[in-house]
Structures are given as structure tokens and as C-alpha cells.
Design a protein around this ligand. Structure first.
Ligand SMILES: Nc1ncnc2c1ncn2[C@@H]1O[C@H](COP(=O)(O)OP(=O)(O)O)[C@@H](O)[C@H]1O
Ligand SMILES: [Mg+2]
Length: 240
């Protein structure tokens, strides 16, 4: 397999896992092009979060390669990946509950401390709810508000690719819809997004392309809406 050229992100045959246990990712590949929203869907335990953590540099790739904007970042840690433009919003514990909204944003702008003020003000303008809650402790936010804060934290370093791990998990249908809308607005502004979603069909509908990950291996791949309309995918994710 050749490592893709010209793609924003190329993941090529990545093998990764935790400690001495069996590998979780067993040769996973994907790519994200400029301007895309790409969704990764798949059953619980398939390795979706592990894949995002491996792209973010929090889990080491034991085989394979990760290329960002033409640079091989496979050997870089999480800070190096952030410097190369990766913003990562984890699935769990993605805000500091005992800190205020403002503190959460401020500490997230660690790449360029001199620009924290300007970037947080831009985010308050974009998400007025955060401005209204800036002195509130993050643990007092609703689920939907917390996910907006987590996403805003991921934007504080002005990433060139945003990774979102189950941004709508646990949200009401209305809050989930609002979050998908916020994700689409970000993408229309030019930010490429790679997300993992449990709301598989809804995510595919708004995605340029999607990947189905099963047991650490690529299963299906295609245009988002086409995958969402695929009978096999619908059976898998709607149980119908
Ligand atoms: N920190 C960890 N240490 C050991 N095993 C883990 C860890 N995180 C996840 N796993 C295991 O890796 C597998 C894939 O998990 P994960 O990537 O979270 O799947 P998904 O996000 O698709 O539900 C699961 O079997 C899970 O138990
Ligand atoms: Mg997960």
C-alpha cells in the first residue's frame, strides 16, 4: 500500500493496542481530505476511540503510518500532533468539571498562550451560551452545553483537523441535532472533521464519507449518504 499524497490525513495499516494485550487496531486505514466531514461508525468495542486516540498521538501506532499534511507524524506524541494541527475532543471526561467555562477554554489554548484571549473571545461570539456561562463551573452545564464547551476547547489551538469522539453521546435528540448543526457550521467554515458517532445514520447523512470499523479492521467505506441508505448498514445500525 502506498502512503497517500495530497490528503490532509492518511492513516495507513495502523496496528495499535494497550499494553501486552491483543492488538485492538489490526491494520486500519483511512483518509481525510481538505473540507471533508468523515464519520467512523461501528459496534461498541470495535476500536473507534482507540483509532482517534492513535491519530491524536495518545496511543502509539506499532505498525503502519500516520501522515498529516504530507508530514509523517507516526513517531510524534500528542503535543507534536497538536502542533501539526490536530484538535482532539475525547469521548469521556472532556471538560474539567471543577473549573469554570473560561478556565477550561484558557488552559486549552496551550499552543499559543499569547492568542488565548483573542481565541476565547471569538468562541464566546460564536457560542453565546459559553459567554453567558463563562464563570459557571463546567460540571453545572447540561450535556449539550458541555459538548459545546468540549468542542470549543478543541478549537482553542486553531486546529486544521478536528477529531470528535461521540460528540452527541447521551444527548437528547434535540441537543444532538443542535450539535450536529454546530458541527456542520464549523465544517462549512472550512474545518475538516473526523468524528466517531453512535448516531450512525444521522452522522453519515451529514458526512462526505464514512468508514465502518469492525473488530479493529475496515469493513465498509463510501460516500456518507450512500452508506446511510445501504440496507446492510441500516440493518446493522437500526436493527431493522
Ligand atoms: N485504556 C485501555 N486499556 C486497555 N484496553 C482498552 C483501553 N481502552 C479501550 N480498551 C479496549 O479496547 C477495545 C476497543 O475499545 P474502544 O476503542 O474504546 O472501542 P469503541 O470506541 O469502538 O467502542 C475494547 O475491547 C476496550 O475494552
Ligand atoms: Mg468509543
Amino acid at each position: 500500500m502506498s502512503v497517500g499524497t495530497g490528503s490532509l490525513l492518511t492513516v495507513e495499516g495502523v496496528v495499535a493496542g494497550y499494553g501486552a494485550a491483543e492488538q485492538i487496531l489490526k491494520g486500519t486505514s483511512l483518509r481525510v481530505e481538505a473540507g471533508e466531514i468523515v464519520s467512523i461508525i461501528g459496534p461498541n468495542g470495535a476500536g473507534k476511540s482507540t483509532l482517534l486516540k492513535t491519530i491524536a498521538g495518545l496511543v502509539a501506532a506499532r505498525e503502519g503510518a500516520i501522515m498529516l499534511n504530507g508530514a509523517d507524524v507516526t513517531a510524534e506524541g500528542a503535543l507534536g500532533r497538536a502542533r501539526h494541527g490536530i484538535g482532539f475532543v475525547p469521548q469521556e471526561r472532556n471538560v474539567f468539571g471543577a473549573m469554570t467555562v473560561a478556565e477550561n477554554l484558557d488552559i486549552s489554548g496551550f499552543q499559543e498562550p499569547a492568542r488565548v484571549r483573542e481565541r476565547s473571545e471569538a468562541l464566546y461570539a460564536r457560542y453565546p451560551m459559553l459567554a453567558a456561562k463563562r464563570r459557571a463551573l463546567a460540571r453545572t452545564l447540561s450535556g449539550g452545553q458541555r459538548q459545546i464547551l468540549a468542542m470549543a476547547m478543541g478549537l482553542m489551538n486553531a486546529p486544521t483537523l478536528l477529531l470528535l469522539d461521540e460528540p452527541t453521546a447521551g444527548l437528547s435528540p434535540k441537543a444532538a441535532e443542535e450539535l450536529f448543526e454546530a458541527i456542520m457550521v464549523l465544517n462549512r467554515g472550512g474545518l475538516p472533521i473526523l468524528m466517531v458517532e453512535q448516531h450512525a445514520l444521522e452522522a453519515l447523512e451529514i458526512s462526505t464519507r464514512g468508514y465502518v470499523l469492525v473488530a479493529g479492521s475496515n469493513s465498509r467505506e463510501g460516500a456518507g449518504p450512500a452508506l446511510a441508505a445501504d440496507p446492510e448498514i441500516r440493518r446493522l445500525f437500526l436493527g431493522g
